[in-house]
Design a protein around this ligand. Sequence first.
Ligand code: S3P
Ligand code: PEP
Length: 443
Amino acid sequence: MDHPPIPLSLAAAGPLTGIVTVPGDKSISHRSLMLGALAVGETVITGLLEGEDVLATAAAMTAMGASIQKKDQTWHVHGVGVGGLLQPQTALDMGNSGTSTRLLMGLVASHPITATFIGDASLSRRPMGRVIDPLSLMGASFTASPGGRLPLTMQGLCPAVPLRYTLPVASAQVKSAVLLAGLNTPGRTVVIEPVATRDHSERMLAGFGATLTVEPSPEGRIITLHGEPELRPQIITVPGDPSSAAFPLVAALIVPGSDVTIANVGMNPTRAGLVTILQAMGADISVMHPRTVGGEPVADLVVRHGALTGIEVPPDIAPSMIDEFPILFVAAAFAQGTTIMTGLDELRVKESDRIAVMAAGLAACGVTLKELPDGLAITGTGGDPLPGGATVDAHLDHRIAMSFAILGLNARAPVTIDDARPIATSFPTFVAMMESLGATRRK
Ligand SMILES: O=C(O)C1=C[C@@H](OP(=O)(O)O)[C@@H](O)[C@H](O)C1
Ligand SMILES: C=C(OP(=O)(O)O)C(=O)O
């Protein structure tokens, strides 16, 4: 990053109130740019998340031949057609974004091009072997940094070899990488998913006109994509990101007297685990006006402050709320009793080790907890303020930064995040939205 760190500390002098919207869904935004760039004709996107991660995807697709422009409030993508991506002239800078990296590696794998992927310090620590393995089976070749990390250079193969692949980790990024590689591959590419993960790729591939089937089986969901389709351009409305909505939602639950509505939130069942778990903890959340927008379920969430009770979170719900655990840990810190959250090994390989980094920051703020190999057990205050009074190292992780900014809203002494800049990767309007609900920046 070009600028020095920007510390952040938020406070709430009274209840949080109001109606807000959150920016567009990050996963859907990435995919709408990628598939728009492979369709023949103009795809028009409303509500695209203009966060750094998505802009990294836009820049990479442009570097490989697509035309992507913003006019007024909509984004216009002119695609190159399946198989039409061009050799990028410089390294593709993925910034902080795992989704951009892994999905674009999938796209490159079945094109006759060579691409180098680079990223920031956080992204350069994350494992890429999970996509290198299946994409190698399809014929791509790789020169990666030790441990299968960035920077890496890959050479795609055209025609690539269709693959039948059972996911060894519950990862929508790995699933999507293989499916996207399958687009420019003759024959059928099959991904078997023992544990269901977010299904935006499947929905959007079908929406763009690809032939894709999903069948349940004893082995899991069997997703079959017929290669070499002609993708038809689409008009896409991106719903609000449930992973971003999680922050004002938990803020309203922990700040006494709060009453907040978050409008237009994506409620795809593969993403909505947090609402289910918070409701099981006793949270007052009403799911209003359920509807379908652009092939995705959407609703308005009305959230009121109230008592939370610790529970044991069933590990099998984790994939449907994988990015929401840092903020669930914060909710648990204000619950009555102990919340036990396990089955979260994947959190250790996100933008930071989200188990270790959250445990350290929560402990510094006075939270009683036990770090487990695959999760955390957190004993809450029963709603009372936490001591706070810590400066937390966010480790270049937007979700850690936002989680501690929210925790600080009910702490006796300020909680400061060392560097708020990573928040712009997924939620550039986070502070402004919290201010509109009544939170203030502490000087
Ligand atoms: O496919 C996606 O858009 C994403 C999948 C998840 O990652 P994994 O596939 O690594 O679980 C999630 O954490 C990430 O924020 C977005
Ligand atoms: C894990 C995340 O994103 P990515 O993998 O795209 O960096 C996230 O947004 O929490």
